[in-house]
Ligand binder design. Structure first.
Ligand SMILES: [Zn+2]
Length: 480
């Protein structure tokens, strides 16, 4: 099984050049001009097109059991839709119920993900704490290729991690060489504001953003970053949606702290007016947390991405159909939180970013693939067109167009938050593990073809930091 991509322009995060790419057994084995390859190799002609690392969406929730229902895209339909959009790897989340042993939850998610069409990996959420959690984190890092743990600062009375859990888990991450990540929203404020809205008779989706204003996210972002500062551990903020969070990250980075920020394609392009739409189905379809924000925040997010204070783009793909969203018909707090987009992220970002001059092509590759691979320690196996890397490649047609619609998308959901948007710049071919799985509009995804990606701990950096921490250990004062 071998493929050669001819006549294309390779765009990596660091440089752009003309060359053919030859792949064998799922790996890139040769890059060069006019490569001499076996005559049996399948040929993909990339004339006039860009050959880029396949996308990595570091934030998805396929078939997530949440708020009394289960997300409608499973690991097969969701990853297949991702392939149609040029996305070749997802990092999803194992979310143990409070009290559920971490390894039990991890094994459950691994079973569900067996049917994935693209490669996948898992962050594991820390939703509660005891000695078994402390121990299982080590097993996950050392034996199961997990190097990141997620903390929900929101969702009080469910999966919320309070400060005690944050402090204990961040310290444990540091010892193990794993990256702590946070969903930054003050769960107590959200809970209280939700009750206030309901008491005022605001029961529709317009209550959703009113109960989660930007400052609620900003407070949690600042708190998480400063807890990480005290613990001297790096930190990654998922779905940064507002200026307050970008400012918190920027301040910390200027101060030398290792802080990373992720932004969603949706938050970059959609504003909060969607919640005031009179059609409940339309408004409810946009309910996700954090919510879409007033327009000025989009500007701040783009600047964060352009200035390098936000490094990755994701979708938080978590699809729910209209009948599922209807659970919150009379109470917005019961609308399942989540929107889709794994299929659209790259095209939307190209169209709104590269076509407008906000991002260079190389910055686009960084933001859609390479930076996630680096931050989650799978670079250059992923996120790079280089010899020895996985043959996860997207051939990008900058002249191709598509009008995004729920009627034609491959995601298993009846709504698309980018509905009606015509994007210029689309994948003509997606190659996953050396196989063409998307070609000129034809999806050839194979159920179960994706593999689990081990992500090793960040030992070299963390060991040095841990050693430094020991040196700085305060000593007891001897008093006479
Ligand atoms: Zn999420």
């Amino acid at each position: 099984m071998s493929i050669v991509i001819r006549n294309g322009t390779i765009v990596n995060a660091d440089h752009t050049f003309q060359a053919d790419v030859y792949c064998e057994e799922g790996k890139i084995v040769a890059i060069g001009q006019n490569l001499d390859v076996p005559s049996t190799a399948e040929v993909v002609d990339a004339s006039g097109q860009y050959v880029m690392p396949g996308g990595i969406d570091p934030h998805t929730h396929m078939q997530l059991p949440f708020m009394g229902t289960v997300a409608s895209d499973d690991f097969y339909t969701g990853t297949a839709a991702g392939l149609a959009g040029g996305n070749t790897t997802i990092i999803d989340f194992v979310i143990p119920a409070p009290g559920e042993p971490l390894l039990e939850a991890y094994n459950k998610w691994r079973d569900w993900a067996e049917k994935s069409a693209s490669d996948y990996s898992f962050h594991v959420a820390i939703t509660w704490w005891d000695e078994s959690v402390h121990a299982d984190m080590e097993t996950l890092v050392k034996e199961h290729g997990v190097n990141s743990f997620k903390h929900f600062m929101a969702y009080k009375n469910a999966i919320m991690a309070d400060d005690e859990v944050l402090v204990k888990s961040f310290r444990r991450c540091m010892e193990l060489g794993a990256m702590p990540t946070v969903h930054a929203e003050n769960g107590e404020l959200v809970f209280q504001l939700q009750q206030e809205m309901l008491n005022k008779g605001i029961t529709g989706p317009e209550g959703h953003p009113l109960s989660r204003p930007p400052i609620v996210e900003g407070e949690a972002a600042n708190r998480a970053i400063q807890i990480a500062q005290v613990m001297d551990v790096p930190i990654y903020l998922v779905h940064v949606s507002c200026k307050e969070s970008v400012d918190a990250i920027t301040r910390a980075r200027n101060d030398g702290q290792r802080v990373y920020g992720e932004v969603l394609a949706g938050h970059l392009c959609i504003d909060d007016s969607v919640y005031r739409n009179e059609d409940f189905e339309f408004a409810a379809a946009h309910v996700m947390s954090p919510p879409f924000r007033p327009k000025e925040h989009q500007n701040a997010l783009w600047k964060g991405l352009q200035g390098g204070n936000l490094q990755t783009t994701a979708t938080d793909h978590c699809a729910f159909c209209a009948e599922q969203k209807a659970a919150g018909k009379d109470d917005f707090t019961k609308i399942p939180n989540g929107t889709a987009g794994v299929e659209d992220r790259m095209a939307v970002l190209w169209d709104e970013g590269v076509n407008t001059g906000k991002l260079t092509m190389n910055e686009f590759v960084s933001a859609t693939s390479t930076n996630a691979a680096k931050i989650f320690n799978i670079y250059p196996q992923k996120g790079s067109i280089s010899e020895g890397a996985d043959a996860d490649i997207v051939v990008w047609d900058p002249e191709g167009t598509r009008t995004i619609s729920a009627k034609t998308h491959h995601q298993n959901v009846d709504f698309n938050i980018f509905e009606g948007r015509t994007v210029k710049g689309i994948p003509s071919h997606t190659i996953s593990r050396g196989k063409v799985v998307w070609a000129n509009g034809e999806l050839k995804a194979v159920q179960g073809a994706g593999r689990y990606v081990d992500r090793p701990a960040f030992n070299p950096v963390f060991e040095a930091l841990n050693k430094q921490a020991e040196l700085n250990e305060p000593t007891a004062v001897k008093r006479g």
